[in-house]
Unconditional design. Structure first.
Length: 424
């Protein structure tokens, strides 16, 4: 269990960092301020400021985000009239730091009860100093001033010139797509590394390797290099054919025809029963054969990403166009359960799982649902067609509806996963 938890956190951490770093680096190059780069969700555990960005580590390892200045989901806390704050000023009387938390000991400053602010265009804050309501004092705010939020996180304010909407449409589209792009790059890198770790690239042929330990196939007389040509009379032309036949017969005796050095042999064996995605499947202890050429290994990142990507797109289309089922989806619980299986197969299993998850994250994020990167890109395309941006109000409503839908779907999927893996 401890190993699974550690692998789960590391895998999720790599996925989040790669995805969010794509948004982060392209936003920075486009002149958009990234106010926060967060790994994890929920309560803050640690934060570190570098330049205009605050890097935070949060308690729940279930995602992450970048807060770009001026975005609908920036989550900036508004300074409402009546809010007590403490101001830090420079020698010219310009505000360099605004403390809105209840930790007044962070620095010695000017106590102010806010009556009005503009931290976007006018760059000022005004209010009653030291509780004296006879006079409203106005302080200019520095362009690069910071604000300490109620949870103690220090962020830079977001003047209009560095906000997301101030960048050109092309730069905003690139920023929205950059996270998905990085996930494709990560998948390519991971699958390339995997091919060298396991000594070659897995093929989809009916030629197999026999696992050396606790193998039903080995006990029945099967050898590495054998070609499985049929199972119980069903022809098996590739790995998919034979795996379907074996997995569909847990704890049932099967007749396996193999080709060895041009000679046909018939072997009998009974697949062991093993849990996979909440179902009982048959296993006989064989793996796919490997193509060990250097060229194949070098190109494997691209070829495996393409092959797996087209398979995932096909599955997604079938799910949309056919009968949708929650069993077709998996949330954190399903991923955690799969992490356990991946960890049991060593570094190769973890790498394969990481590449698969990265590709899944890239493709799912391209689905045009508000709240996902695909939804944001659709709004960008609408803006390009209309030649004017969607109103802030419309974008906010669409984003909130999309977020609510995703949260509801996540709850339903998580409960379905709990029933699949722990109740039934």
């Amino acid at each position: 269990m401890i190993t699974t938890i550690i692998v789960f956190i590391i895998v999720f951490g790599i996925l989040v960092i790669f995805h969010e770093f794509g948004h982060y680096i392209v936003a920075k190059r486009s002149g958009i301020m990234v106010r926060e780069f967060s790994v994890g969700m929920g309560p803050k555990v640690f934060f570190y400021r570098r330049g205009s960005t605050t890097f935070t580590l949060r308690l729940l390892p279930l995602g992450g985000y970048v807060r770009m200045a001026g975005e609908v989901d920036d989550g900036e806390e508004e300074l409402q009239p009546g809010t007590p704050v403490t101001l830090q000023t420079n020698d010219q009387g310009v505000v360099t730091k605004i403390n809105t938390s209840n930790k007044h000991s962070l620095f010695q400053g000017i106590p102010l009860t806010v009556t009005g602010t503009d931290l976007s265009k006018g760059l000022y804050i005004k209010g009653y100093e030291n509780g004296d309501e006879s006079e409203v004092k106005t302080y200019p705010v520095d362009h690069d001033a910071t604000i300490i939020e109620t949870d103690g996180t220090e962020l830079q304010i977001a003047p209009e010139d560095v906000q997301f909407q101030s960048a050109s449409l092309g730069k905003r589209m690139l920023t929205n797509f950059a996270g998905v792009f990085n996930n494709f790059i990560l998948a390519i890198l991971v699958f390339t590394i995997l091919s060298f770790v396991q000594g070659g690239v897995v093929t989809n042929t009916n030629k197999i390797n026999v696992m050396p330990q606790d193998s039903v196939a080995k006990s029945a007389g099967m050898k590495s290099g054998d070609q499985i040509t049929s199972i119980d009379g069903h022809k098996t032309r590739n790995w998919e054919d034979l795996s379907v036949q074996i997995q569909s017969n847990p704890n049932k005796k099967i007749s396996v025809t193999v080709n060895r050095d041009g000679q046909s042999k018939v072997l009998s064996m009974t697949p062991k029963t093993q849990k996979s995605n909440g179902k009982n499947v048959g296993m006989i202890g064989i793996t796919q054969s490997l193509d060990t050429s250097f060229k194949t290994k070098i190109l494997s990142g691209f070829t495996q990403t393409w092959t797996m990507g087209t398979t995932l797109l096909g599955a997604l289309w079938s799910m949309i166009s056919g009968h949708f089922s929650l069993n077709d989806l998996g949330g954190p619980v399903a991923i955690f359960a799969t992490t356990s299986q991946a960890a049991s197969m060593g570094i190769a299993g973890v790498l394969r799982f990481l590449g698969w998850l990265s590709l899944n994250l890239a493709i799912i994020n391209l689905v045009p649902i508000p709240g996902l990167d695909g939804g944001k890109l659709i709004l960008n395309i609408i803006e390009a067609i209309r030649r004017k941006p969607v109103s802030q109000r419309t974008e906010t409503i669409v984003t909130l509806v999309g977020f609510a839908f995703l949260m509801l779907l996540m709850i339903l999927v998580t409960w379905n996963d709990i029933e699949r893996y722990f109740i039934h």
